[in-house]
Design a protein around this ligand. Structure first.
Ligand code: SAH
Ligand code: SF4
Length: 358
């Protein structure tokens, strides 16, 4: 069967498959293969990622024969919640189990009438960043487009509201799962899905340059964040070993090109780790990396994951770093900490859950 342009790597075939593996083009092709008009794909999308239908049977405006045709061909299994932690500031962290038994995390962060959902793009991560709980746990598998959209939709439903923002900043490296990540973003952006504006959808990468270049060329105005964490090559190679194949100099070129091509300002994430990337020399390197082009530096006091030997600088040093950047003409902010009384750092909940289970 001919492949539609932009479908996921899994072709539509008569064999059973997980409906979550299809992106929008894949859904359209699947419905067309069942002899359906184009609007049926939008209806199914709305049921899956707008209304969270638990089965094809619930899709009451589809003909019974189509519901049966879909059920014959596709599995529809939502992530199951294994654990929820609620912080005193309203932040909630979820641990989900997927149909094959792997687990991933999402976080819901309410602020006024806004809800930001942080979701995972892979189960685990192969990048091995030393300060990151996910990086220490290794890689399990790529998530499917629908598994990303469902995390956001399920969290929003738990809060009884819609998500105003979603960030691919949970577990995993989104640009090492590029096609599915874009598929997930498009379900979240779709008016029949979660209807989150493209500018309110952010992808964070550890600096996968081919992904940054592709992302710049996408038609939507999605937002880009890059985990920099050090502008000294040697330090960055040590604390982000998986990112060393995309060196800083080439990363900066790709980011400057991104701002020129996409016309948008990326955020550079910088988790301040005492004694490692907060020294005078490190901050001088950060200034020279970030000065003179359109970026924003977000300083994050590192969340000290047990066993990583990391600690955060004191508040005075964090404020000093912010003012050094601002004095150099660089836009900088310090991230307000949320969910600090739960295991808020990336990957911490699943690590604790595994430990608890022995
Ligand atoms: N893999 C992608 C996206 C997921 S991580 C990336 O690295 O960008 C999301 C963000 O959380 C990244 O900026 C990451 O560096 C940061 N992070 C991971 N562990 C952290 C910790 N212990 N404290 C503070 N930030 C952390
Ligand atoms: Fe992976 Fe991002 Fe964690 Fe690094 S910080 S190990 S890239 S999830």
């Amino acid at each position: 069967m001919a492949r539609e342009p932009g479908t996921t790597d899994l072709p539509v075939s008569p064999a059973r498959q997980d409906i979550a593996s299809l992106d929008q083009a894949g859904l359209a092709a699947a419905l067309a293969a069942l002899g359906q008009p184009a609007y049926r794909a939008r209806q199914v999308l709305a049921w899956l990622y707008g209304r969270l239908a638990p089965s094809f049977d619930e899709m009451t405006d589809l003909p019974a024969s189509l519901r049966q045709g879909l059920a014959d061909r596709f599995d529809l299994t939502h992530p199951v919640v294994l654990d929820v932690q609620r912080a005193s500031d309203g932040t909630r962290k979820y641990l989900w189990e997927l149909p094959d038994g792997v687990s991933v995390e999402s976080v819901g962060i309410p602020l006024g009438d806004r809800l930001t959902v942080c979701y995972s793009t892979q189960a685990g991560c192969a990048m091995g960043c030393t300060f990151c709980a996910t990086g220490r746990g290794g890689f399990a598998r790529n998530l499917l487009p629908g598994e990303m959209a469902w995390q956001v939709a399920l969290v929003a439903r738990d809060f009884g509201t819609r998500a105003s923002n979603a960030v691919a900043m949970g577990q995993g490296e989104p640009f090492l799962n590029y096609e599915a990540t874009l598929g997930g973003l498009r379900f979240l952006n779709a008016p029949d899905g979660q209807a989150i504006g493209a500018r309110h959808l952010t992808v964070s990468t550890c600096g996968v340059i081919p992904g940054i270049r592709r992302f710049a060329a996408e038609p939507e105005q999605f937002t880009l964040a890059v985990s920099l964490h050090s502008a000294v090559q040697e330090t960055r190679d040590r604390i982000m070993p998986g990112a060393c194949k995309w060196p800083l100099r080439a990363l900066k070129t790709a980011l400057v090109d991104y701002t020129a091509g996409a016309g948008r300002r990326p955020t550079l994430e910088y988790a301040l780790i005492a004694g490692q990337n907060d020294t005078h020399a490190e901050i001088a390197a950060l200034v020279s990396f970030a000065r003179g082009w359109l970026c924003h530096v977000n300083l994050i006091p590192v969340n000290p994951v047990p066993g990583t030997g990391t600690s955060r600088p004191d508040d005075r040093r964090i404020a000093e770093v912010a003012s050094v950047l601002r004095n150099a003409g660089i836009e900088a902010s310090v991230r307000v900490e949320r969910g600090s009384d739960i295991d808020a750092a990336c990957g911490q909940l699943s690590q604790r859950y595994r430990a608890g289970r022995g």
